[in-house]
Design a protein around this ligand. Structure first.
Ligand SMILES: *Cc1c(COP(=O)(O)O)cnc(C)c1O
Length: 463
């Protein structure tokens, strides 16, 4: 493509040529995700500093620039590969990526229902559908955000405003040592000190102990504190463990606390029959966060916050400004800007709407069912190997260690990673080093899991 005068407002042919260049990059990329799960990241530092180069005053060449992007993207953790079992694999569903291109092209303003009512209605429909999936009442609502970190923050602030009336030095919230750190971060941002975040003891299987929670809440209240928020996790980051949600909902209700469920990872399993059994009680939550960029395979920055009473979310996030007076609206469509921290925002709704309508809900249900089946295969196989399982999977996260100590486990992980076909991570379970494997990508199927287990078996037997 000519680099003479690329037009900021390209003509039809130029758009087609740019799209063709992008299409070729995309098809090459998607065609190769199966082959190289873990790229070596040990390149010379000079290759990084070259990329700091400032933009020139003269035009660049699109093909060259796309090649720079392609090569930079190649030298990265292979998050979209079927062999990626690290952290929470996120697929990057292509239909969602396409939706993002389309949404950015029309660049409609969806912070308010007044400026693109039909697009806001599409997003509203997606949120209402998620509310129904979780058994929340038809009056429930929510907002799409960058992810569970901002969802947890908005839930916490809403609970604070509604239950405490605002910042309060005596308000206390209840989590466990396995609660995601984004909750403690949200508490810090919302003005709470670390001692206001109360750590409830867990049972031997890493779940919040409801009896201990109840005793702590009662004791704190007696001591003059104001317990206001209980947070259950539906799928902890470390072990994928689901807290006893129904029991916790009961405790929260008895003591007048807001009940938030952080279902960033586990929430989407509600679409499956097995998941619904495990997540029982989540329908009693006052608010729920889930990450479509984890268990619904969407691109990063696709998070969902659901709230039983969206009026409370709105009153905790709305501000008036004279220059926004044209955006005032009836109750038919939400002003998203009044439901979260963002005023201007991307039209995230399309990223969910397009794949959900294109593939149908059954497609997502069966993907997640397949992951549960594969997880069962992993669980069975790990018990046949000379490794020690260090947690029981509720969903699709497995942890294990080598016989021996930390050094043996680290060496096991190194031998597994030397295959460059499989990426795991390590963590600590009760203080002890453990390997962690999460089956979650829509690209991961039986053949990939068999390959991964073969690599783990060979690495374990090589000890
Ligand atoms: C990933 C995760 C978060 C943080 O979500 P982001 O989307 O990364 O902001 C919070 N809680 C849990 C349980 C998670 O797994």
């Amino acid at each position: 493509m000519s680099n003479r005068h690329p037009a900021m407002e390209p003509g039809r042919d130029e758009v087609a040529a740019m799209m063709a260049a992008a299409t070729s990059l995309v098809t090459d990329f998607l065609g190769s995700v199966d082959t190289a799960p873990t790229a070596p990241l040990d390149f010379p530092a000079s290759e990084l500093t070259e990329l700091f180069a400032p933009p020139g005053d003269r035009p660049g060449d699109l093909d060259d620039l796309l090649a720079t992007f392609r090569d930079a993207a190649a030298q990265a953790a292979e998050t979209v590969s079927p062999g990626f079992y690290a952290y929470f694999p996120g697929g990057g569903l292509f239909a969602s990526a396409l939706a993002e291109l389309l949404a950015a092209t029309v660049n409609r303003y969806t912070g308010s229902g007044a400026m693109a009512p039909k697009l806001v209605a599409m997003e509203h429909g997606v949120i209402q559908w998620f509310c129904s999936v979780f058994g929340l009442p038809p009056t429930a609502g929510g907002v799409l955000s960058s992810g569970a970190s901002s969802g947890n923050l908005s839930a916490l602030v809403t609970a604070r405003q509604h239950r405490l009336g605002g910042p309060d030095r005596t308000g206390t919230l209840y989590v466990t040592e396995h609660t995601h750190h984004s909750v403690a971060k949200a508490a810090m941002i919302a003005g709470f000190t670390p001692d206001q975040v109360r750590l409830v003891p867990v049972t031997a299987d890493f779940r919040m102990d409801p009896t201990a929670a109840e005793q702590m809440i009662a004791a704190d209240r007696t001591a003059g504190l104001r317990p206001f928020l209980l947070i259950g996790t539906a799928g902890t980051t470390n072990t994928g463990t689901i807290d006893p949600l129904a029991d916790l909902a009961e405790v929260a209700r008895r003591h007048g606390l807001w009940f938030h469920v952080d279902a960033a990872y586990g929430g989407a399993f509600q679409l499956t029959a097995r998941g619904r059994v495990k997540l029982a009680g989540i329908e009693q939550a006052d608010s729920i966060t889930l990450d479509a960029h984890k268990s619904l395979f969407m691109p990063y920055s696709t998070g969902i916050l659901l709230v039983r009473d969206p009026r409370l979310l709105r009153s905790a996030h709305s501000m008036d400004a004279d220059y926004l007076q044209d955006l005032a609206l009836g109750d038919e469509l939400p002003n998203w800007a009044d439901h979260g921290t963002e005023l201007t925002r991307p039209f995230r709704g399309l990223r969910l709407w397009l794949p959900l309508h294109l593939y149908g809900v059954d497609a997502f249900r069966s993907e997640l069912d397949e992951k549960l089946d594969l997880s069962e295969v992993v669980r069975r196989e790990l018990r046949e190997l000379p490794v020690i399982a260090t947690s029981e999977p509720d969903l699709t996260v497995h942890t294990f260690r080598a016989p021996g100590g930390e050094k043996e486990s680290q060496q096991l992980l190194e031998r597994i990673h030397a295959s460059r076909r499989v990426a795991l991570t390590s963590t600590r379970i009760n203080g002890d080093y453990a390997l962690r494997l999460c089956v979650l990508s829509h690209r991961t199927h039986r053949s990939h899991v068999d390959e991964a287990l073969g690599i783990i078996r060979a690495a374990a037997l090589a000890a």
